[in-house]
Design a protein around this ligand. Structure first.
Ligand code: SAM
Length: 331
């Protein structure tokens, strides 16, 4: 529906907006529109507008209709959000650029658009990124952001640490099982998305990571989320740390899915008399749980092993599944 709008050249836009707002005449329910160098500012009462302004009628969008990247493209782009950063997975740089521009020009609160430039690599599971576009006022480094997940906030730099927003639901599934008073070890803690919610539920938590940058963020995130007193962040190889916390853990999270089996001896060192193990694995869809279960049974000498849950987290690659085994170990 056409709305009354004050029409001014773009250069006069901000001054006019302020004057109309000060006079209480700016129609906040509708969006300001730019068209060919001219600004249309919707107003609530055209008769009250000063005669020095030109008032015209035109169609302007309702303000609560957020403009999405798809509104600016002829397709619906695929992207993930991590704080005020958007993440793409595009092979074609021109298409990546078009999507990045559309994201930055949309109403999304995004400061930078990154494209995956490699797979996650090495022990630290960090990947390379291309910065496709960033707003002019974006702080450096543009790869650092604050991500919010289930009420917790995580400061992290994607260029130095591993983090995947896709695992939010899975982390919540696991951390919701934690009861106050438990002693929990996150053997591969990253910036803390398991360790911090576990501590917030009243557990005493030890988080270990080989990546010094991840451990710095883990400490900072423990502070930000008010759990510094009950979360100990340790930098190192968890195989070297395990003996310090031998027989200690009521719960262990092992989120290093490509090679968790190599760390089962350390997990058994950490486990107390009764311990719940959350074991992540990536296996062929034909038998996604069998290899992990066999490896756990072989490592857990002296324990009864009960698999409580066989859970598919997500599809990882064609015919490959990321899975989690929730296992009860009883000595
Ligand atoms: N749990 C975190 C999350 O969900 O974001 C991080 C998971 S990431 C897949 C695995 C983490 O294990 C990385 O941060 C990596 O640095 C760490 N890591 C790899 N080898 C390790 C080792 N031997 N000891 C401790 N941490 C290790």
């Amino acid at each position: 529906m056409d709305r009354p709008c004050v029409r001014v050249p773009r250069e006069a836009g901000e001054e006019t907006r302020q004057e109309l707002a000060a006079a209480g005449l700016l129609d906040e329910d509708h969006r300001i529109v730019v068209d060919d160098g001219t600004l249309y500012l919707p107003v609530t009462d055209p008769d009250a507008v000063d005669d020095s302004y030109e008032v015209v009628y035109r169609d302007v969008p309702v303000h609560d209709q957020q403009e999405t990247p798809a509104d600016r493209l002829d397709f619906d782009p695929s992207y993930e959000r991590l704080g005020d950063v958007a993440i793409l997975d595009e092979d074609d740089p021109d298409r990546a650029r078009d999507i990045a521009d559309a994201i930055l020009e949309s109403d999304l609160p995004v400061r930078a658009v990154l494209d995956r430039a490699s797979k996650v690599k090495g022990d630290l599971r960090v990947r390379d990124w291309d910065v496709v576009a960033a707003t002019a006022d974006a702080d450096e480094p543009v790869t650092e952001t604050v991500h919010r997940e289930y009420g917790f906030e995580y400061l992290l730099d994607l260029s130095t640490v591993y983090f995947s927003p896709r695992l939010a639901t899975e982390r919540h599934r696991v951390t919701e099982q934690v009861e106050s008073g438990e002693q929990a070890v996150d053997m591969f803690a990253g910036v803390g998305p398991f360790a911090i919610p576990m501590a917030a539920r009243g557990a005493t938590v030890v988080g270990v990571d080989l990546n010094p940058a991840a451990v710095e963020y883990l400490r900072e995130n423990a502070r930000r989320n008010g759990v510094s007193d009950t979360l100990t962040a340790i930098h190192g190889d968890v195989r070297d740390v395990a003996a310090e916390y031998a027989d200690w853990a009521d719960r262990i999270v092992m989120n290093l899915p490509h090679s968790a089996d190599e760390f089962l001896d350390a997990a058994i060192t950490l486990a107390g008399d009764d311990c719940t193990l959350h074991y992540y694995d990536i296996q062929h869809e034909d038998d996604p749980f069998g290899p992990g279960e066999a490896a756990i049974r072989e490592a857990a000498t002296g324990y009864d092993v009960e698999v409580m849950t066989r859970h598919v987290v997500r599809s990882y690659a064609p015919h490959e599944l990321n899975v989690c085994l929730d296992v009860r170990l009883s000595r």
